[in-house]
Design a protein around this ligand. Structure first.
Ligand code: MEV
Length: 304
């Protein structure tokens, strides 16, 4: 019997970096998914077929963890495929972990609540990455849009109707653990200033949460742009990301910011429907790439 589970990618809308220090963030699941197919095979080594080189390590660790925890002796064949590249920063590693646990639990008839799935996935992710808040694991497990506090202390669904976002990929892969360490260095060297930035980000996130559920996009956009400025102060942006944000705003976006660790990966621009084409064109003109995806998408699931 083959079981296929899929889990969505994610985008952080506000609160990156500060979330690592216990402040809240807002994260949403995208409708680009990562698929994991599992089946029992006759004796031998577990077989992994994964074109995603980075995902391979996450996949293996997840399988080892699952087999040890639930005392599974069977040999397995595991295959992955994705709607998105691991290079763009949509969270392929967290989606691999969560979809794999979900598929294996289904195959071996083990019931896992969402919270249990989140917790074991976060544990495996931390074992490999060493650092991180777990927001990406929450997004891919629960789906939708969540107000999140580190380690899953709070995972609060936000009721959104829609969110007209333009997603621009900078063309560069961000190195999340390195950027987290870089911010930590600043935190150690100048705690007062860094905490001040985190506190300002928290205020934006909390206001953002209220505006978002009321679909006050104009106000939410302004808060996003302010959040980008604070990320610039944290020195995690890049010239390319700043430029992409700038041209998106000039082309009529309500607000724009980098999304994720910074340095590379994606930026997002909250944009009135009638300005989307202009904003996309402006981003492409300066060398960005548009990623077409809807947000507020469904969390991990079994594919029938
Ligand atoms: C990375 O996409 C977002 C960070 O806040 C890291 C994390 O929360 O794990 C920088």
């Amino acid at each position: 019997m083959k079981i296929v589970s899929s889990a969505p990618g994610k985008l952080i809308l506000m609160g990156e970096h500060a979330v690592v220090y216990g402040y809240p963030c807002i994260v949403t699941a995208v409708d680009k998914r990562l698929y994991v197919e599992v089946e029992k095979v006759s004796a031998g080594e577990d077989k992994f077929i994964t074109p995603q080189v980075k995902g391979h390590r996450f996949l293996k660790e997840t399988v080892v963890f699952f087999k040890e925890k639930y005392k599974i002796k069977d040999s397995l064949k595991i295959l992955t495929r994705g709607d998105f590249s691991h290079k763009v920063g949509l969270g392929s590693s967290s989606a691999v972990i969560v979809a794999t646990f979900n598929a294996l639990a289904n195959l071996f008839k083990i019931t896992l609540t969402k919270k249990e799935l989140f917790e074991i996935s976060h544990e495996v992710n931390l074992k490999i990455q060493k650092v991180g808040s777990g927001f990406d694991i929450a997004a891919t497990s629960y789906g939708g849009t969540q107000y999140f506090i580190k380690g899953g202390k709070v995972i609060q669904p936000l009721n959104l109707q829609r969110l007209p976002l333009v997603i621009g990929y900078s063309g560069l892969k961000a190195d999340t653990p390195t950027l987290i360490k870089q911010v930590n260095k600043q935190y150690q060297e100048n705690k007062k200033k860094t905490v001040l930035i985190f506190n300002q980000i928290k205020i934006l996130v909390d206001q953002g949460k209220d505006e978002l559920v009321k679909s006050n996009f104009e106000k939410f956009g302004v808060l996003m742009t302010k959040n980008h400025m604070l990320l610039k102060d944290l020195k995690v942006s890049s010239l390319k990301l700043d430029k992409m944000v700038e041209v998106a705003l000039e082309a009529g976006a309500w607000g724009a910011k980098l999304s994720g660790a910074g340095g590379g990966d994606c930026m997002v621009a909250l944009t009135p429907e009638n300005r989307i084409k202009e904003v996309e064109r402006a981003i492409v003109k300066i060398g960005g790439e548009i990623i077409r995806a809807n947000v507020n998408s469904q969390g991990v699931r079994i594919e029938i």
